[in-house]
Design a protein around this ligand. Structure first.
Ligand SMILES: *Cc1c(COP(=O)(O)O)cnc(C)c1O
Length: 379
């Protein structure tokens, strides 16, 4: 991996490993904000002092990488992303360990996925190496914003939006890549809390041949109504079933879904309608390391309900960056409501949570080299 020469003596940091070094111009804020106390952090409402921005123009490619004070965009009302949702995003975290170093969890994998998401939306590719370097550069500038308390972290939200002002439907000729940072609190302030989920055939999130494998705004828009209805019925999340037969499990809320039936750990295969979660991959890897039986296979809601009835459904949990794991305590489908593991967090779910969090905070051995330490700014 090329290393960024993070040297801001001249008001620039430099990407290297590109055809030539690409400068990132840095304009520092003259009005730094007050940092919230670690105990007051929630999710996604507080943002740091700076943002990263880079623009794309047809013929010119990606250009003008810069770090600027956090600020609103000025967009023409006809900007295509506002009408047709040609956009992608990703989400990852940086953690401050007991040793004081700041670690990213699987940054390169998130950058790769952002680039793959671009492909589904006809957005020109972004060099994943450049994306990783934008993580280092911006977190380097705003590193005082990485909270210290165990369980807190700095959430990174990279995104690309179509920026052309044009109401015709075609791939935009211009784009903006941006990265913003938000210090976030522990997902489970009072211990892991199992959720209640509803499997429904009234709504679908994504279909094969659609955008399910991309992290994109449209999938989230498609999930809002179903999620609202589930919440009105007393559930936390929707268990999304496949878009054709409404039988096979796809995802839960905005997480991947996993179950333990007997001694088999099951998660649906990456069939094109499912997002390839980084947490999903990490958990499958850990389970295999531990010699557990893992299957990426189709699993129907009927099989799950039958397993719940006959007592072989031992644990069920969602996986994602925000929560790591989210145990499912209750599952509703049609007229039935079943409790899983007495509504409590399962042993394996807890063990997976502890293992991943230990790696993220640099407390346990990182044998797969999932974390990278922030390359500090010099000068
Ligand atoms: C982001 C996301 C996930 C989780 O992915 P991670 O890389 O584990 O954070 C799962 N499903 C959907 C639909 C998502 O958008």
């Amino acid at each position: 991996m090329a290393t960024a020469l993070l040297d801001d003596r001249d008001g620039f940091v430099w990407f290297d490993g590109q055809p030539g070094p690409t400068p990132i111009a840095i304009t520092r804020t003259s009005k730094p904000k007050v940092h919230p106390a670690d105990d007051e952090l929630r999710f996604g409402s507080v943002f740091t002092d700076h943002m990263f921005r880079m623009d794309y123009t047809e013929g010119k490619g990606w250009h003008d990488a810069k770090i600027i004070p956090y600020q609103p965009f000025s967009l023409d009302p006809a900007t295509s992303v506002l009408h047709y949702a040609q956009s992608v995003f990703d989400g990852l975290k940086a953690y401050r360990g007991q040793d004081g170093s700041i670690r990213f969890f699987r940054a390169a994998k998130h950058a790769d996925r952002l680039n793959r998401s671009c492909g589904y939306l006809c957005i020109p590719p972004l060099d994943p190496e450049l994306v990783v370097q934008s993580f280092h550069a911006l977190v380097g500038v705003d590193q005082s914003w990485v909270p210290s308390k165990r369980g807190t972290s700095l959430y990174l939200r990279p995104a690309v939006i179509a920026s052309e002002s044009f109401l015709g439907v075609h791939p935009s000729k211009t784009y903006t890549y941006f990265l913003i940072l938000s210090p976030v609190g522990p997902y489970y302030a009072e211990g892991i809390n199992p959720v209640k989920i509803l499997a429904t055939d009234a709504h679908v999130r994504a279909v094969q041949g659609g955008l399910g494998a991309a992290k994109t705004a449209a999938n989230y828009a498609a999930s809002i109504l179903g999620a609202e209805e589930a919440q009105k019925m007393g559930y936390t999340q929707v268990l999304w079933l496949d878009g054709v037969e409404h039988r096979y499990l796809d995802e839960v809320g905005t997480m991947n879904i996993m179950l333990k039936i007997g001694d088999e750990i099951i998660t649906p295969p990456l069939n094109g309608a499912i997002l390839a979660g980084v947490t999903r991959d990490s958990i499958l890897t850990l389970c295999r390391d531990w010699g557990l039986k893992t299957s990426e296979r189709r699993i129907s809601i009927d099989e799950v309900m039958a397993a719940a009835r006959n007592g072989t459904l031992v644990e069920m949990w969602g996986t994602g960056t925000a929560a790591v794991v989210s145990p499912v305590g209750e599952l509703g489908y049609k007229d039935e409501r079943v409790t899983i593991n007495g509504g409590k967090t399962g042993t394996l779910t807890q063990k997976l949570y502890d293992a991943i969090v230990g790696i993220q905070y640099g407390e346990t051995e990182d044998r797969h080299e999932w974390t990278t330490t922030l390359r500090p700014l010099k000068g």
